[in-house]
Ligand binder design. Structure first.
Ligand code: R5P
Length: 313
């Protein structure tokens, strides 16, 4: 790989950044992050980046404010150090969930973040499975939007007998995403009617589509508190499904999520490593699929000017 390409990582997912570098046969470039006694962050780039094509890996994981600020300061330092091009690699863009004005006097924070990422120095963004496709349009710089669907297709083909399966979206907003998986697996799909009543609470009702006696594959962009899945399991059980499996790109797994999954009748859960799953959140039924090879290939193509879209043909 060309010596013009450099990959840095913030502290959010060093494991993923390291695997991306290993796939590309590169070492992770060096930087130092520390804090002053007043809690201000301090970043120093520890190698020459003048005229280099630089990628910074930083998914927006907890503590999200600190993680985002760290990315901004790293990019600003790289720009000051004369990097030729800076790509913000944000495998999980958490603020994509804030994508519309659905209450009075609120911020569409996904849009604000897109503006700030550019202001901090990003020339382009590389991300994966945004909560909604519309978020792509919040950015005024080029965005390459990857999907982990090929990994889930392979995972479910290998693990499950798909003869009697159905892909399920937990709400109408996720229907497009679930439809894409269903299409790739040549399966029918169903949609649950969901309403979110609070950050941690959802209510569900009817299922649109045939699920009785079938093996349900719930497909989501993320598992946060697991509240949506807990409600979905009840709805699907009442509708007479035979078994329930789950695929979700971002395993955020906050608060009660892991216990909810472990204690539920869900037979298996697959997430990717866009968000690092620490040992204490691992469980027998939770499988982690690594998307490092896909990010590595996308970075290689961006660097050499090849098509990234062609990755999904
Ligand atoms: C919401 O619309 C998303 O697609 C997910 O269903 C949601 O983010 C999951 O959050 P939680 O696990 O907290 O229900």
């Amino acid at each position: 790989m060309s010596s013009d390409l450099k990959i840095f990582s913030g502290g959010a997912n060093l494991q993923l950044a390291t695997q991306i570098c290993e796939t590309l046969g590169l070492g992770l470039s060096r930087l130092a992050v520390s804090r002053f006694s007043n809690d201000n962050l301090f970043v120093q780039i520890r190698e020459n980046v003048r005229e280099k094509d630089v990628f910074v890996v930083q998914p927006f994981t907890a503590p999200v404010g600190d993680t985002i600020m760290e990315l901004f300061i790293i990019m600003d330092a790289l720009r000051s150090a004369s990097a030729r091009r800076i790509t913000a690699v944000i495998p999980y863009f958490s603020y994509a969930r804030s994508d519309k004005k659905d209450a009075p006097r609120i911020s569409i924070t996904g849009r604000l973040m897109a503006d700030l990422i550019r202001t901090a120095g990003a020339d382009r963004v590389l991300t994966m499975d945004l909560h909604s496709d519309a978020v792509h349009g919040f950015f005024s710089i080029p965005v390459d939007h990857l999907t982990a669907i090929p990994y889930f297709v392979e995972h479910f083909r290998e693990r499950l007998d798909l003869d009697n399966a159905v892909v399920v979206a937990t709400d109408a907003g996720g229907a497009k995403r679930a439809g894409r998986l269903a299409q790739r697996l040549h399966l029918p799909m169903a949609i649950i009617d969901k309403r979110r009543v609070a950050d941690t609470e959802v209510v569900q009702g009817l299922v649109v589509g045939e699920v009785k006696g079938r093996d349900a594959i719930i497909f989501e962009d993320e598992i946060s508190t697991g509240g949506t899945l807990a409600a979905s399991v009840k709805t699907l059980a009442a509708a007479g499904v035979k078994s329930i499996h789950v695929g979700a790109t971002h395993g955020v797994l906050c608060g009660p999520a892991v216990n909810r999954l472990v204690d539920s009748p869900i037979e298996s859960v697959a997430v990717t490593d866009t968000v690092h799953v620490p040992r204490e959140k691992q469980a027998d039924k939770i499988h982690t699929l690594s998307v490092a090879p896909l990010f590595a290939e996308a970075i290689r193509r961006i660097h050499t000017g090849e098509s990234v879209g062609a990755l999904f043909d």
